[in-house]
Ligand binder design. Structure first.
Ligand SMILES: [Zn+2]
Length: 502
């Protein structure tokens, strides 16, 4: 099979290096982005051309001219989408995978957080765990992550987490946490560490960028500490700032109002509020007027009981995140699907509770797709991400349209959002480079990383297995802690709750 200009159509994912390095994805159904309409544009039998790290052409039919030596990949029958964007993650924790399946947030703080781990982890552990987690995310089609990197408890640990991010090949916004950890490190001591990391030469040649994470904005901020940190953020032009925004009964805040009161909300640096579970109407107005975003982490907010009672109403300033991938899946596709159906459920319930019936569907599959892709880019103020359009970074996914799950699809957005799973994901490209091909991770470092990670994981898991579960406190941040009624899934005596199996 040959194109008119004589360029051979090579088998899917042939790895031969072409003269220019350009790649032509030909014949697939492309879920492209229409910037003017702020919506999706479906192109059937289209072409995407990638040169270096960017998309340089999106066509309705194969282009008549291609850069000399372009590698053409036949993607007929496949669906091409942008990579997913995760705007909240703690990537270093991979080692704890499956150990906290029935945990609560209070137990999490006392057992798995950066207030406990540093006393047992070394920097190599952070590297191995961060890298394995990012390979897991890449395999799942998450090409961009905003990592709220709480593993900055020492110079070496901070460096290890950043280096693993760079080495993964993923696009990581590595938000270095400025936090005082009693007996370990202070925010003042972290300033020179951050300055040093910002000079890392490999940052310049990697899609990974530096940001800042900080959770001390409210309710009782240390203003001199914040002013000093923000001066550094501005001086080093960090890409993003992120914070855990919870409010309500959780007893800590980090709300848009808190940051606005310190005059740091309306700045050129994007600020991402993870969860924002108890966002107020005034906080929502502030997000809209300053164009700052929240990161809804659907599964985490349900799993841990943060809740998201009002997040349905601020989805025009919202993106999606994972949070702790040790407790559930790391794929944004699952998050988008859960969120879509949870939003529908909530809006329907409002109608049903009035003894009325819904006559239309309150949230579309396309809206969920936008949250999982473009809105993440907008949260990071990166016009060149989360979209298939000319000029965007080449962060692309190739879905097998003939998999058992997708066979017979007509609507590509519904096919991905409501039917596909990570197992249907054949190809993942970040910054113009394939990291997954033919359904397998092809990153050079992966086999070695897997072996090292398993050794590290087994050693640290043994420590945590021997660690008694923390006592449930009577109160947390001034509010009483109670036990919600446990469900019963077994007829007669017993409720089937069981155990955790470590
Ligand atoms: Zn978090």
């Amino acid at each position: 099979m040959r194109l008119a200009d004589g360029i051979a159509i090579l088998p899917l994912f042939l790895t031969a290096v072409s003269a220019t390095g350009a790649i032509h994805l030909k014949g697939g159904t492309i879920i492209a982005y229409n910037k003017q309409a702020k919506g999706l544009k479906i192109i059937r039998g289209g072409s995407v051309v990638v040169e270096k790290d960017s998309i340089t052409g999106v066509y309705d039919s194969p282009p008549s001219r291609l850069p000399p030596g372009t590698e053409t990949v036949d993607v007929t029958g496949k669906i091409i989408t942008p990579g997913f964007i995760d705007t909240h993650r703690h990537g270093w924790q991979t080692v704890f995978k499956t150990m906290a399946s029935n945990t609560t947030l209070i137990e999490f703080f006392g057992r798995y957080s950066s207030f406990v781990a540093p006393f047992f982890w070394n920097a190599t552990d952070v590297y191995d765990s961060q890298l394995a987690g990012l390979y897991e995310a890449l395999n799942a089609g998450v090409t961009t992550s905003l990592d709220h990197a709480t593993s900055t408890w020492s110079k070496d640990a901070a460096d290890a987490g950043l280096q693993a991010s760079i080495d993964s090949g993923a696009r990581v916004f590595y938000a270095f946490t400025f936090a005082n950890i009693t007996g370990l490190i202070t925010v003042d001591e972290l300033h020179p560490v951050f300055r040093q990391l910002a000079k890392k030469p490999s940052l310049k040649t990697s899609p990974t960028e530096l940001g800042i994470a900080y959770d001390g904005w409210g309710p009782n901020p240390n203003v001199p500490e914040i002013n000093k940190m923000m001066a550094l953020a501005k001086e080093l032009k960090v890409s993003v700032i992120t914070t855990h925004s919870l409010q309500g009964p959780w007893g800590f805040s980090n709300s848009p109002e808190d940051i606005h009161a310190l005059n740091y909300l309306n700045i050129s640096i994007p600020i991402v509020f993870s969860h924002a579970s108890f966002l107020t109407p005034a906080g929502a107005d502030l997000l809209r007027s300053t164009n700052q975003y929240i990161s809804i982490t659907p599964e985490s907010e349900m799993h841990y009981g943060q809740g998201h009672p009002v997040s349905y109403n601020i989805q025009d300033q919202a993106s999606l995140g994972i949070d702790t991938h040790i407790t559930f899946s790391t794929d944004i596709l699952t998050q988008a699907r859960i969120w879509l159906q949870q939003t529908r459920y909530e809006r329907y319930l409002d109608v049903l509770e009035q003894n009325k019936l819904p006559g239309s569907n309150p949230m579309s599959a396309e809206q969920a797709f936008l949250l999982a892709t473009r809105n993440g880019a907008l949260a990071l103020r990166r016009d060149d991400l989360g979209a298939i359009m000319v000029g965007a970074k080449a962060d692309l996914l190739v879905w097998d349209g003939n998999s058992p799950a997708l066979l017979g699809w007509v609507d590509p957005v519904a096919a991905v959002m409501l039917h596909a799973s990570v197992g249907d994901l054949e190809g993942v490209m970040v910054d113009g480079k394939w990291v997954k091909k033919g359904g397998k991770l092809v990153a050079k470092g992966y086999p070695d990383a897997r072996t090292k990670f398993l050794k590290t994981a087994r050693r640290l898991q043994a420590v945590w297995k021997a660690m008694p579960l923390p006592e449930v406190p009577a109160e947390f941040n001034g509010n009483p802690v109670v036990h919600p009624p446990r469900v019963d899934v077994v007829r007669g005596p017993g409720d089937g709750y069981g155990n955790i199996y470590l």
